[in-house]
Design a protein around this ligand. Structure first.
Ligand code: FHN
Length: 569
């Protein structure tokens, strides 16, 4: 008898393959709100009455919208799929909905259906079209009901009859999107607070029936394990091993989703490429947002950055698309690693391009051939590998040219003998530091303090500074979170302190707005001899992974890792 659970797993794997290989998609937040240039939450923030918002919708006339140009922009950027807001929280459908007249064809001056035009343009260019749909929050509909964010300036909470919204508008519109726009790559749901498990399941079942191959993100429900993959919190990049499912980071190019005239805090092209390879090296996808203007233009600042990312991908895409995550369970100081069959791709950030040699510890395979992915003039890079049996330590040094061959990030390909095999323990990195990520620790919870425990291998003796790596949310009060002494025990020594905000890291790769990376020194320990050691950390902040992908549910200060940094001299 066939095992049906195996069939389901295989089916889901096949369904997801295109998305897993794609790595990079374009998110588009576009709607009536673009007219005001204050982001997509303007209706809620300014408590704009429905009647007024409807008038605004009447004025929406993005005559410069050109579906082909948008799709070309995504394609040139190296993006393989587009997720556009079919309806955001304001309740305005950006397509011709027969279910609800508050839509771009019936309620605006524009009278065209951008999603129809996009679906044709995507088909021509081989890009997967996907839809964002705000299924629970809807500030226009009198009966939409979210657990927190409702329109209570027009409607009364007590008079809401959720099912008249849910069955008619929400399910009706999802049905339209899946029956009138050809194959849909994925449906991207959002902010499902308050939706029951039963209704989340009903939505998933309806989608599976209408388009079995359409992927669904986890935010279809606030219950765990829904959908085909995990949407991380906005702008959130997990640590290695944090996600057990497939995942994607939705990311802003500046700090807003919908068009904002004020927000000019743009990520640089350099940061975007580093973030992309960093995410891919951790096994995720990047869904990078643009917020087109009220006339239908992708802002120049966004288009320029996307073009530059695309130019880099056109040359280095082999080390990104269709690759697997890094085999190392920690971040590397000089960049990121991806893998394809017997090749390790080392993405070296140009700002950390080393003088002379790049060192990498922990690779057990013999390197057959090392080369620069995009520099045909250097045929082979000399590699020196060594092994220390006493500490079971594998080291490697790769000779590099003086200058990186690429702008931003330069890729070194290492073709190895046999199946890729690396030491997956916490080992000393080539710069001497040891990184211990909280998600990979064993956590014991106590009534007062929790304790995280790791085992690590030190290949050299010395004095080490013990640092805590934290992500602090903007506005968070540090002393409120670290209102207690933390204790670290390692190599027979005990050090304690109340952590302070000793160092702010401004260009952190995995930490982003609204968080900032903050380092705190706990003290020093001495490692007398190379060998394997245990380290324990007692603090209230060593919490097991919380469930809750939405940004407003995230902790004020997140403890991410402990780092041992060798003191020179
Ligand atoms: O409230 C929305 C927000 O407007 C935006 O759409 C983001 C994108 O991930 N999602 C919600 C907040 O998590």
């Amino acid at each position: 008898m066939a095992d049906s659970s195996l069939d389901i797993v295989a089916e889901s794997k096949n369904r997801m393959q295109w998305w897993k290989d794609a790595k990079f998609g374009m998110f588009i937040h576009w709607g009536v709100y673009s007219l005001l240039g204050k982001g997509e939450w303007v209706m809620y923030a300014d408590k704009i009455p429905v009647k007024e918002y409807e008038k605004l919708a009447g004025e929406f006339n993005p005559t410069q919208f050109d579906a082909k140009a948008w799709v070309k922009c995504a394609k040139r950027a190296g993006m393989k799929y587009i997720v556009i807001t079919a309806k955001h929280h304001d309740g305005f459908a950006m397509y011709h909905s027969r279910t609800d007249p508050f839509n771009i064809v019936d309620a605006s001056s524009f009278g065209r259906d951008p999603l129809k035009e996009l679906s044709e343009a995507c088909r021509e260019e081989g890009i997967r079209l996907c839809f964002y749909y705000s299924h629970v929050i809807d500030w226009h509909h009198p009966h939409a009901l979210h657990d927190t964010f409702n329109n209570l300036w027009d409607y009364e909470l007590e008079k809401k009859a959720f099912f008249s919204y849910w069955n008619h508008k929400a399910k009706g519109q999802v049905r339209e999107l899946l029956t009138e726009y050809g194959p849909v790559g994925l449906l991207w749901f959002d902010t499902s607070g308050g939706l029951s498990k039963k209704e989340s399941e009903a939505m998933v079942n309806m989608i599976r029936e209408l388009q079995p191959d359409c992927l669904i993100n986890s935010r279809v429900s606030h219950w765990p394990d829904f959908g085909d993959y995990q949407s991380k919190g906005n702008n959130e990049i997990p640590m290695y091993g944090e996600e057990t499912r497939e995942w994607e980071t939705p990311m802003t190019l500046n700090q807003s989703w919908g068009y904002s005239t004020k927000d000019q805090v743009w990520k640089s092209t350099d940061a975007l490429i580093r973030k992309l390879v960093h995410i891919v090296s951790k096994g995720g996808n990047l869904l990078l947002n643009v917020g087109p203007t009220e006339t239908g233009i992708i802002p120049e600042q966004s288009a320029l950055r996307l073009k530059e990312v695309g130019e880099w991908l056109a040359r280095n895409g082999e080390a990104v698309y269709g690759t697997s995550a890094s085999p190392f369970p920690y971040e590397l100081e000089w960049g990121a690693v991806t893998v394809k069959e017997d090749i390790l791709f080392l993405h070296v950030y140009n700002r950390y391009w080393p003088e002379g040699e790049l060192a990498l510890n922990g690779v057990r395979n013999t390197v057959k051939h090392a080369y620069l992915l995009t520099d045909p003039t250097t045929s082979s890079l000399p590699v020196h590998q060594s092994y220390q049996p006493e500490t079971d330590h594998h080291a490697m040094r790769i000779r590099l040219p003086k200058h990186p061959p690429e702008d931003h990030v330069s890729v070194i390909a290492l073709e190895v003998e046999g199946k890729i095999d690396v030491d997956r323990g916490f080992i000393q990195q080539a710069n001497g530091s040891i990184k211990l990520d909280l998600v990979l620790s064993e956590i014991t919870t106590g009534s007062e303090m929790n304790e995280a425990r790791w085992s690590f291998k030190a290949s050299s003796s010395g004095i080490y500074e013990v640092m805590l790596v934290n992500f602090k949310k903007s506005g968070a009060v540090w002393e409120k979170e670290y209102d207690h002494e933390v204790t670290v025990r390692a190599a027979g020594q005990t050090i304690s302190c109340i952590p302070q905000e000793d160092k702010v890291v401004n260009d952190s790769i995995s930490c982003q707005h609204p968080y900032t990376e903050v380092h705190s020194s706990v003290g020093r320990i001495v490692i007398e001899d190379p060998g394997t050691y245990a380290l324990t950390l007692s603090t209230k902040l060593a919490k097991p992974k919380p469930f809750g992908p939405e940004i407003w549910q995230a902790a004020a200060v997140k403890l991410r890792s402990v780092r041992l940094v060798p003191l020179i001299g």
